[in-house]
Design a protein around this ligand. Structure first.
Ligand code: HEM
Length: 372
């Protein structure tokens, strides 16, 4: 029997992936690849499209799908408004039309995610859902700063806080089986408070704020190495081992990003800034996406996604190409930086191809199976 593609999750997922493609094109234009501009405003829309468009829509969609079974009536449809607003806002920003409307819609999307997280917190009051809720508030705060004309480099710090708290909150949730000690919980809370303190300081004095954010990232990577379940799952086989190795790789990139933030705290643009930002966004955030893909995509699409060893390719290629890019950034070799950036983008395309190909293959296999 043919399985229906879930509506509206699948079109919203497609919209967020379209924003990823546009954001990658914009990033490559920013790196100096002399390709068609498509829209004059596209290169400067790169950061907002990546974080508030693609990731904002994807994260809100994941929450909406998780929350839907717990709500009744009209609310079952309303849960999809946050990813819809973030996605449509991203579309307007991508096309460069109706200027204040795109950022406004993305801000509404982040407000919607805060509301979804409040509902989730009330259903499951726990430290991890509180931290993820706080992460969504940082996204909303960042979007408001952006809407009111704050420079993007300052806003970026808040977006970084959003993703950092969302991810470590999820890791805390998945490590709850370990019965973490009260010391581990206290250290965790201390790091969460430090993230918020660093962001507030960055508004008053940018450089010390960024330095504190970098130290906090280093602290988080150590916490994750020590307390997260990943290290204990490395000896498991198959998918569990793939997830553990990819998570640990991501934690290593978080540590590298922390060091770069501490050393280059005052940077607001240029190659060193590029190294700070992308060791976090590509090295940490994308390795988390690769690691969680076998769980997240089947949940959104309500289709199976069978693991195979080819899943190792994206994390390995991403790390190699990121080393190339950051070496170019730090040595002033612009050709190396450009090729590193291009290979980063090719790796993300390879990952998308791998996921889409596996979902289609699994679907065909299922429909070929005789019904009982
Ligand atoms: C796929 C390959 C990517 C390329 C080629 C790329 C390229 C760039 C470039 C050239 C810059 C400007 C740096 C400078 O000031 O010199 C930049 C900034 C930035 N990127 Fe990326 N990037 C990529 C991936 C990502 C990802 C995955 C994210 C987030 C998830 C991201 C988020 C940002 C942000 C927030 C900024 C700073 C804000 C801005 O200046 O627009 N980038 N990127």
């Amino acid at each position: 029997m043919k399985r229906r593609i879930p509506f509206p999750a699948a079109p919203l997922l497609a919209l967020s992936l379209l924003l990823l493609l546009a954001a990658m094109w914009a990033g490559l234009l920013r790196m100096g690849w002399a390709w068609p501009l498509l829209r004059p405003t596209l290169p400067m829309a790169h950061g907002p499209l990546m974080v508030s468009g693609f990731l904002g829509a994807l994260i809100s969609l994941e929450r909406a799908v998780a929350l839907q079974p717990s709500v009744r009536g009209q609310a079952r449809r309303l849960v999809y408004l946050p990813p819809l607003a973030a996605g449509l806002g991203g579309l307007l920003v991508m096309l460069g039309i109706a200027p204040p409307l795109g950022p406004l819609l993305m801000t509404m999307g982040s407000l919607g995610l805060v509301i979804l997280m409040v509902v989730i917190y009330r259903l499951h009051p726990a430290m991890h859902s509180g931290v993820i809720l706080l992460g969504s508030i940082l996204w909303l705060a960042g979007n408001l700063l952006w809407l009111f004309g704050q420079p993007v480099f300052e806003v970026t710090a808040w977006w970084t806080g959003f993703l950092a708290l969302t991810i470590i909150g999820e890791r805390l949730e998945l490590s709850r089986l370990l019965n973490l000690s009260s010391l581990a919980h206290r250290l965790f809370l201390f790091l969460v408070v430090l993230v918020c303190a660093a962001l507030i300081v960055s508004l008053i004095r940018y450089q010390p704020g960024m330095r504190l954010l970098g130290l906090t990232m280093l602290g988080m990577s150590i916490w994750l190495f020590v307390f997260d379940i990943a290290r204990r799952r490395i000896r498991a086989g198959g998918q569990a081992r793939f997830i553990a190795i990819t998570l640990l790789l991501g934690y290593a990139w978080l540590a590298i990003s922390g060091v770069l933030y501490v050393v280059f705290a005052g940077q607001m643009a240029g190659p060193r800034y590029d190294a700070m930002q992308h060791s976090f966004y590509l090295g940490f955030v994308f390795n988390m996406i690769f690691a969680h893909a076998p769980i997240v995509f089947p949940a959104i699409l309500q289709r199976p996604l069978s693991y195979h060893p080819g899943f190792y390719l994206p994390p390995i290629l991403l790390s190699l190409s990121l080393v190339l890019r950051i070496t170019g950034d730090l040595t002033g070799d612009m050709v190396m930086r450009q090729w590193g950036g291009l290979l980063n983008a090719i790796t993300l395309l390879l990952f998308l191809g791998l996921i889409i190909g596996t979902v289609l293959k699994d679907g065909r296999r299922q429909s070929a199976r005789p019904s009982p």
